[in-house]
Design a protein around this ligand. Structure first.
Ligand code: SD4
Length: 304
């Protein structure tokens, strides 16, 4: 008996899974299921880590990364550092459907979105403002600057965002990030005929340096789909994970005949070899509906 169709996503974002499932139940495509499912998380602001009003950057702004991939045509639409538009995966889908490009970024991506009829809205909320202000007031540690050493004599806060190399050189803090500075929806949908689609949507890493793009919108990193094999999606420390193209890697392991769980484990362990303390997860499913995952979570880690 066929175990298809199938929807699987990262984290316990059940409303997203249900929305995607409904699309498949009504005979919709796996691509539509992924788009609608991830869009549900953008509306729900899943965990504060997807959609508007979460993960303010060092200047307090929320920016969004998303991608969607069609495993039949190998078409991809992606946006990163998207500003003032809530429906990031919708814009990614518009890039896929209406342009010959794969990836649009920053202000220009927002202009593209507006030209496609997406609403221009402020992504800042009372909550994201207060996350930002609390961080400024209580934190003496920038989250994402490399090679800065702790200075025990320095008391915490208020933190001033780093403006340039001179300031960076003067920093005396430790780069610590905790688990809750990351989260993302990554979704795989396989319809009854075995058509695979994948997608992601995230507001990235909290207090990131403006302009930072994570793994999520990058094909092969955040997710990857190939209907001849299956699909995969990743979540976790995108700055590290994107160096290993984990979603591509997991699909390629499955292509070689590996069981989905084994494919995910092997993918994670390759990253772990270089970064023993990284946290992240990979989920994958093959085109006949077997699925697996591997997750490595550590409460807090030193940023590499
Ligand atoms: C990022 N990978 O922007 C995303 C965040 C994430 O679970 O997935 N967190 O780095």
């Amino acid at each position: 008996e066929s175990v298809l169709p199938l929807v699987i996503n990262t984290w316990a974002f059940q409303s997203a899974t249900e929305t995607a499932w409904k699309v498949l139940e009504q005979g919709g495509s796996s691509l539509d299921a992924v788009e609608k499912g991830c869009a549900q998380c953008e509306i729900d602001q899943c965990d504060g880590s997807v959609g508007y009003g979460g993960s303010p950057d060092e200047m307090g702004e929320t920016t969004l990364d998303a991608m969607i991939m069609d495993g039949n045509t190998m078409n991809v639409g992606a946006v990163a550092d998207l500003r003032r538009i809530k429906n990031a995966i919708g814009v990614a889908r518009a890039v896929l459907d209406y342009s010959k490009h794969t990836f649009l970024v920053g202000e220009s991506a927002s202009l593209f979105a507006e030209s496609m009829g997406f609403l221009h809205e402020d992504l800042t909320t009372v909550k994201s403002r207060s996350i930002y202000l609390n961080w400024l007031n209580q934190n003496c540690q920038p989250n994402y600057w490399r090679n800065v050493v702790p200075d025990a004599s320095k008391s915490c806060g208020p933190y001033k965002p780093v403006k340039g190399f001179k300031e960076w050189k003067n920093l005396h803090t430790e780069n610590k990030v905790n688990l809750h500075s990351h989260d993302t929806i990554g979704m795989i949908a396989v319809d009854e005929a075995g058509n695979v689609a994948t997608g992601t949507s995230t507001n990235g890493a909290t207090h990131k340096i403006p302009g930072r793009v994570g793994d999520s919108p990058i094909a092969g990193a955040g997710s990857y789909a190939d209907s001849t094999t299956g699909g995969a999606a990743a979540t976790g420390n995108g700055d590290l994970m994107m160096r290993f193209l984990p979603s591509y890697q997991a699909v390629e392991y499955m292509r070689l005949g590996m069981e989905p769980s084994k494919a995910c484990e092997k993918t994670i362990s390759r990253i772990q070899k270089h970064f023993p303390a990284f946290f992240g997860a990979v989920i994958c499913a093959n085109n006949s509906g077997s699925y697996g995952m591997c997750c490595l979570l550590i409460a807090s880690y030193i940023f590499h």
